[in-house]
Design a protein around this ligand. Structure first.
Ligand code: HEM
Length: 247
């Protein structure tokens, strides 16, 4: 099912903008939703049968606290949020390291800085470029009036390069200390998978730096997805030599 979803999502990801909800008209997406509906219906029947076999008496409201639509909505955000973003963190982050050989070498020789390095790579090439909200009340921000009910696009990636917040924002510093970036959003909807994504990034960068000898970009032009919301490469082509790099 993940593979089928991935195929559908590739098409979503190449949409010019993530704001327009054209995904709902996409045939792959409707097939995915139909499949999910069938899966959850079968799963619910099986769970009810198991509970009955155990002689556990549940009120129907306790058995199904979320509607199918709510469960599917959560599955979609977790699949997209958990898969595409982390993949982009790893590819864009590795590209950043290849383009900054001193930082690459710094991280390779001092693996203990991996936690702050991942935060810096998240700040520098934020996989989620923007989010959106509806203003709950009239408010002033940056000298502008935002009217109640207006749709507001918040460009997290721009905030992550804000020179009023970060010294030398366009340079990477893998040991940056005051690095409260917005790559995982903020407040009530702060990324639910941030600890997992951080861990995945740490494992992936450590493994790449330890296992690839002298990796280099092939020189082919880089192709970025044409997506305003999720920043990522369609591929990262590199060459490397066999053998573990020497310290
Ligand atoms: C580098 C990887 C990731 C990045 C950059 C990222 C980024 C974000 C951002 C910016 C938001 C907030 C959206 C908003 O406020 O509108 C968010 C929310 C969310 N993320 Fe992630 N994410 C990543 C990985 C993950 C993973 C691994 C999972 C799950 C396994 C995940 C699941 C979610 C979910 C469920 C939400 C919605 C939380 C809510 O609305 O309360 N994300 N993510």
């Amino acid at each position: 099912m993940l593979l089928r979803f991935r195929l559908g999502y590739v098409d979503l990801a190449v949409e010019k903008t993530a704001i327009k909800p054209t995904i709902y008209e996409h045939p792959e997406f409707t097939t995915f939703i139909t499949g999910m509906n069938m899966h959850f219906a079968a799963w619910r029947d099986a769970s009810a049968a198991r509970l009955k076999a155990l002689k556990v008496d549940c009120h129907p409201k306790q058995v199904q606290r979320l509607s199918d639509a709510e469960v599917i909505a959560n599955v979609i955000i977790t699949l997209i949020g958990g898969h595409e973003t982390t993949m982009n963190l790893i590819a864009s982050g590795f590209l950043t390291l290849l383009r900054n050989p001193e930082s690459y070498e710094q991280l390779r020789s001092r693996p203990e800085i991996i936690a702050s390095a991942v935060e810096e790579l998240l700040r520098f090439e934020s996989p989620v470029q923007h989010t959106a909200r509806i203003a709950p009340a009239d408010m002033r921000l940056g000298g502008k009036l935002i009217k109640k009910g207006s749709r507001v696009v918040v460009v997290l990636a721009a905030a992550d390069r804000d020179p009023n917040r970060f010294p030398n924002p366009d340079c990477i510093d893998l040991t940056r200390t005051d690095n409260r970036h917005l790559a995982f959003g903020w407040a009530a909807h702060f990324c639910f998978g941030a600890p997992l994504a951080r861990m995945e990034g740490q494992v992936a960068f450590n493994a790449l730096l330890n296992r690839l000898g002298s990796p280099e970009l092939t020189g082919e032009p880089l192709q970025w997805r044409e997506n305003a919301g999720l920043r990522g490469l369609t591929a990262l082509r590199i060459t490397f030599k066999p053998g573990v790099p020497k310290n």
